[in-house]
Design a protein. Structure first.
Length: 338
């Protein structure tokens, strides 16, 4: 079977073609980062318009890359949520229109399920069950994964997601958008232990996260300590260390509570080198394993949507022409494919 995947939940247009025997045949991605950088963040209306412009040319490029055409497809998968409603509507409208014209079924894919399954695109894949840490600009989730579609949310952010906190703190430090990767780079120049930031919600039971107060702590530190370049680097180092220590503590707690020794990290923040290093250490100490996708599949992309869509399509779980997009969509409401 072969499927076309379309990702348009935010500010990346991702297109991919996936074959269940040959694997990933094509992967096309266009990022809107430069356009939104002028505004310091994603402008939803501009994002939607750019998806309109870019989706069809990228689909044509993917067909050329895979050396195939619509007649070789068995379905079309698209991101139906969560995400920006306008951006989701562009992707879903194009996907359903093409599928209708090509007489193919459609699959409405959950964006975070795509991220969760992205490590399955690699040569080394995790076996079920595992615990997944999903960290991105819009989400921070700990999920127990028993099978595809069998998800138990163990903990989530009660305010800012980890990636959102990175971007907001980067902006306080005067860094360009998107600030998360720039903050991580600046942190490498920081002096360890000059500043001590709190590890929020680690001194109480539970697996939920809160990063809004950490951002405020950073803002107060910037105001009180000045903004010379070394101080900025030291604050970036302290902030990043606090966020990642918090994530590591909660991951370790989740693994102990579930008795599972396999951890998956996915989402945009999972590309952070320091996060990977720390979670590798956690899993070595627990005699477990950690899995993550290559950096290109950490951020939003069509490959993860095509892969997740393929699993649903093979299970016969297709969408109807009136299936609606869902800007908010709890991952634990998805049906199992077992």
């Amino acid at each position: 079977m072969r499927i076309l995947g379309i990702e348009s939940s935010c500010d990346e247009t991702g297109i991919a073609i996936y074959d269940d025997e040959q694997g990933l045949l094509a992967h096309q991605l266009y990022s809107q980062v430069k356009m939104h950088a002028d505004y310091g963040g994603v402008v939803p209306e501009l994002a939607s318009r750019d998806h309109v412009r870019k989706t069809l040319p990228l689909i044509e490029a993917a067909f050329a890359e895979a050396n195939c055409g619509p007649e070789d497809l068995d379905g079309v998968a698209y991101t139906a949520g969560p995400g920006l409603v306008g951006a989701l509507l562009v992707g879903s409208s194009i996907a359903r229109s093409l599928a209708y014209g090509w007489k193919l079924p459609t699959v409405a894919v959950h964006h975070m399920e795509g991220h969760l399954l992205a490590p399955m695109l690699e040569d080394r894949v995790p076996e079920f069950p595992f615990v997944a840490l999903l960290v991105s600009g819009g989400h921070t989730l700990l999920v127990k994964v028993s099978a595809i579609g069998e998800y138990e949310v163990l903990g989530e952010s009660v305010d800012d997601a980890a990636g959102e906190a990175f971007d907001k703190t980067a902006k306080l430090l005067g860094l360009d958008y998107p600030g998360g990767p720039l903050l991580a780079k600046l942190a490498q120049k920081g002096t360890p232990l000059r500043f001590k930031f709190p590890r929020p919600m680690t001194d109480r039971p539970g697996l939920d996260f809160s990063f809004s107060g950490l951002k405020t702590f950073a803002a107060n530190t910037i105001r009180s300590e000045g903004d010379d370049e070394q101080t900025k680097a030291d604050i970036a180092h302290a902030f990043q260390t606090a966020v990642i220590d918090t994530l590591a503590i909660k991951c370790k707690r989740a693994l102990k509570e579930t008795g599972i020794k396999r951890l998956v990290i996915a989402g945009g923040v999972s590309a952070n080198t320091y996060l990977r290093e720390q979670l590798e250490k956690v899993m070595q100490g627990m005699q477990g394993e950690v899995f993550y996708p290559r950096p290109a599949f950490c951020t939003d992309n069509g490959a993860m949507i095509a892969y997740a869509g393929m699993q649903r399509l093979k299970a016969g779980q297709t969408a109807t022409m009136d299936t609606k997009v869902q800007p908010r969509w709890p991952i634990d409401t998805l049906p199992s494919i077992r």
